[in-house]
Ligand binder design. Sequence first.
Ligand code: GAR
Length: 201
Amino acid sequence: MRIAVMLSGRGTNLQALIESVHGFDAEIVAVVSDHEDAPGLRHARTANILTRSFELDQFERRAARDNAIADWLDENKVELVVLAGYMALLDDSFIARFRDRIINVHPSLLPAFPGTRAVDQAVDYGVKVFGVTVHLVDEGIDSGPILLQRSIELPGYSDPTEVHQILQTIEHELLPEGVRLMVRGAVSRDPANPQRLIIEP
Ligand code: GAR
């Protein structure tokens, strides 16, 4: 399967995918960023993966930018889009073009703490159990059907940076696992409740 990864930041999740999925279960054929100086693009270039950045100020509106991204992904015959720390919202038209073919990793146990600064929100709230979610992307904010979740009890932690570091080690396993399920065609929506996913063992 031909995969694209979209990122905005350091790209540690991209690196995990390069090490555990790329060339094994699937090919990462394109990496997209909304910032040309996103450090994560370096991981792609080192692995000889095509990269391109789409800065918002080059377009009139976000919809036009996202349409250009979707066109580029189509040109590269991308079948699955993986959001790995892509911090911009995606236009509804983009989501419609890749319906049920976009997955995202999020550093909380959704539906708790959607959006940005999820770990800070969770620490500020005083939760004792943290976690990571991999989910399908729909038009809402981190509201799509859940593919995988893993929790971890961290009752004594109050530093968001420390908590995030621990959660990232989970992300680096869970996101590749989610990609493998999608590649295997093991994921479908429950006809009785489309918010629920059925995952073939
Ligand atoms: C990850 O922790 C990911 O869960 C988070 O951004 C980080 C990117 O890390 N995404 C979100 O918060 C999306 N709402 P990385 O650049 O090192 O892969």
